[in-house]
Design a protein around this ligand. Structure first.
Ligand SMILES: [Zn+2]
Ligand SMILES: [Zn+2]
Length: 251
């Protein structure tokens, strides 16, 4: 255990997720501690960091990341095990991240489908996921909310003199790093909403601002049968935007 009560490996995994989310295009969403049912093994595989398309049910560009906090270098066996996992969960690319580097043979085995990246432990110094808000699911006591998307809604309003002005409303969207449930934070009223994807009776969620949109999550299936949980922003006039995703199974 590290001094702040989080296991060292978990801190390292979350830091890798945070860095990935901060450097990737906003078209991609990042899920820490994801779980996908593999197409070969049929069992749930734990994935340190899952990267996939944010706005559509496209499972052909899935990337997974394995964060290996350990004292020795990454070797051939690590790369082979990781390539097996990539195949099982249908990942087209993988990142192996470690603090100590890798052997020459590991690099050869990685070929073009795996990138091995070095991330030294001193990056952890100013990193503290305890500052992240707690998950709002009643039975999830360990989870923290990992924000990775910031959808903006532009609204035409009247100012006090009756002149039309445009205002942007910004939100944070993300999910629990333990149970995966989606959350939305309104930057206006600072309310955080929990949006369940496993409740068919759910009719949508609004923050205290009561503006003309709401949030709703559902489980979607692509044309091959792969399932993903998706978070939607539903506008008053019926437009629906998918703003976050989390794959659940492969086809
Ligand atoms: Zn949770
Ligand atoms: Zn609000």
């Amino acid at each position: 255990m590290s001094s702040n009560g989080w296991e060292d490996w978990k801190l390292y995994e979350r830091m890798v997720a945070r860095l990935m989310a901060d450097e990737l295009s906003t078209d991609l969403c990042v899920t820490p501690n994801a779980s996908i049912r593999g197409s070969i093994t049929g069992i749930k595989r734990q994935i340190d960091v899952l990267i996939e398309t944010r706005h559509d049910t496209d499972n052909t560009r899935r990337v997974i990341v394995d964060a290996k906090r350990r004292k020795r270098k990454i070797d051939v066996k690590d790369v082979e095990a990781f390539r097996g996992m990539m195949e099982d969960v249908g990942a087209t690319h993988g990142y192996l991240v470690c603090p100590r580097g890798h052997t020459a043979a590991a690099e050869k085995r990685a070929q073009t489908s795996v990138s091995i990246r070095l991330l030294p432990l001193d990056h952890l110094e100013n990193f503290d996921p305890r500052t992240w808000p707690s998950c709002l699911r009643p039975k999830c006591s360990k989870g923290r909310i990992f924000w990775d998307g910031y959808p903006e809604i532009s609204l035409r309003l009247m100012d006090s003199s009756g002149k039309e002005i445009r205002r942007a409303f910004i939100h944070s969207v993300g999910k629990c790093d333990f149970c995966g449930v989606f959350h939305v934070e309104c930057r206006e009223c600072r309310e955080i909403l929990r949006i369940p994807d496993d409740d068919d009776a759910d009719v949508g969620h609004q923050c205290a601002c009561r503006l003309p949109w709401f949030w709703l999550a559902s489980v979607e299936m692509d044309d091959k049968g792969a399932q993903s949980a998706e978070l939607h922003l539903v506008m008053g006039h019926g437009e629906v935007r998918t703003v976050n995703r989390r794959s659940l199974s492969t086809a």
